[in-house]
Design a protein around this ligand. Structure first.
Ligand SMILES: [Zn+2]
Length: 407
């Protein structure tokens, strides 16, 4: 069997001819290939075009999956193509996505790994730059994002995600039924969410029944404008986020008033105060009992926070109503300004807060997506573009199945 034929079999590139193979003693395996189609295809749209004559082709390289510890490089001469739709473009090659210096299989493997580990690890494993990994994610997502993900949406959640320094924002939309992130875009205003509804179109917008969100009000207008029939529900995740912010405000206030020792002690009290009690370590529990003795204001804030959560665990909506009414009075008497403010906010939005208990949407999807996205974005001080972060989110939160062959 000739080496070129052997490699054609091993590589299994469709619609490609392997012309020669060069194996250096210590270097990479270089495979010279060319597309089988006599008429070149357009790199923009994939249609057959006409080769631009009088212009010499350019030698180009693509990195393929390694073989027996060696790098495998595909080389080919690419030409300019005149396409009826796109004009003059670089020709497409069947083994790689347009504009990439990696083969399709290589990119698929990178994307598969990105769904399972972080970007830095993936970059190191494949020995490619962090940004190259990001661009691969964008290309794979552009190709594999399910176009029907916006169909049949009824119960959706809207959330804002912050990332980067200086801080920037994304708006993401999750489908409560499938658990997928179905949409993401830069920004956090009513206009941003308006773009989602524009993409959805009037018919699919009219089918939306419930939109869960936080109480900041930014997204309310967009829902009223584009899906007026939809009911706005304030979900538990965002209410608790606000509740935790109130606890933290009391803590920071105490830090400002206290001496150096107290400052240090209160600094490390942040997580014990915010964590769920069943997740506390022994040390954190001790921290809380210290607070109980030494800082009664802050401990009261902690108790208020914990007892508010019981409203969500009530067995009936009527009971929840009762609990909230008691809790509201307690918060108002507490002399803790952040809690009086929180209680007033919840009271004014109470119908939409209570509604969450009635519709019994699970909190897990919004919460899970939120923490997953936060993890992606926190690891990503290097995300310069919203587009790169958005493709990482789609890759990890919208059930994209990567055609990865594996071993
Ligand atoms: Zn084209």
């Amino acid at each position: 069997m000739r080496v070129a034929r052997l490699f054609r079999t091993i590589l299994g590139f469709a619609r490609a001819v392997i012309e020669s193979v060069a194996i250096a003693v210590d270097g990479p395996i270089e495979v010279a290939a060319k597309p089988r189609d006599r008429r070149p295809r357009c790199g923009g749209c994939g249609r057959k075009g006409r080769r631009l004559h009088g212009v010499k082709g350019k030698a180009r390289q693509w990195r393929h999956l390694g073989m027996w510890g060696r790098r495998v490089i595909i080389t080919a001469t690419v030409h300019r193509v005149l396409c009826g739709r796109c004009g003059v473009r670089t020709m497409a090659v069947p083994w790689a996505r347009a504009g990439s210096v990696f083969t399709r299989e290589f990119e698929n493997e990178v994307a598969w790994m990105l769904q399972r580990t972080d970007q830095t690890a993936v970059a190191r494993y494949f020995k490619i730059s962090w940004r190259a990994v990001g661009r691969i994610a964008q290309r794979v997502v552009a190709e594999s994002l399910d176009g029907s993900r916006l169909d049949g949406l009824k119960f959706i959640g809207v959330d804002e995600i912050n990332y980067g320094r200086p801080q920037k924002f994304l708006t993401i939309v999750v489908d409560h039924v499938s658990g997928r992130t179905v949409w993401a875009a830069p920004g956090k205003s009513a206009e941003t969410l308006g773009l989602f509804f524009a993409e959805l179109g009037p018919e699919r917008s009219r089918a939306i029944e419930i939109v869960t969100m936080d109480m900041s009000g930014a997204y309310t207008k967009a829902v009223h404008d584009h899906a007026p029939q939809a009911e706005i529900v304030y979900d538990r995740f965002h209410v608790v986020q606000l509740l935790n912010a109130a606890v933290d405000e009391v803590r920071r206030e105490a830090m400002r008033m206290g001496g150096d020792d107290e400052k240090r002690s209160l600094k490390s009290a942040r997580w014990p105060l915010l964590k769920n009690p069943w997740n506390l370590t022994l040390k954190e529990r001790q921290k809380l009992s210290d607070l109980q003795r030494n800082n009664r204001r802050l401990y009261r804030a902690y108790l208020l926070k914990e007892s508010f959560q019981q409203i969500y665990d009530a067995l009936s909506v009527a009971h929840a109503e009762e609990l909230f009414s008691e809790w509201y009075d307690w918060a108002q008497r507490s002399a803790l300004k952040p809690f009086r403010k929180f209680a007033a906010t919840i009271k004014s939005y109470w119908p939409a807060v209570r509604r969450f208990l009635e519709v019994r949407l699970t909190n897990a999807i919004v919460e899970g997506t939120n923490s997953k996205v936060r993890m992606i974005s926190h690891r990503a001080f290097g995300f310069h573009s919203a587009a790169a972060l958005i493709s990482m989110i789609y890759l990890n939160c919208s059930n994209i199945v990567i055609p990865f062959v594996g071993w």
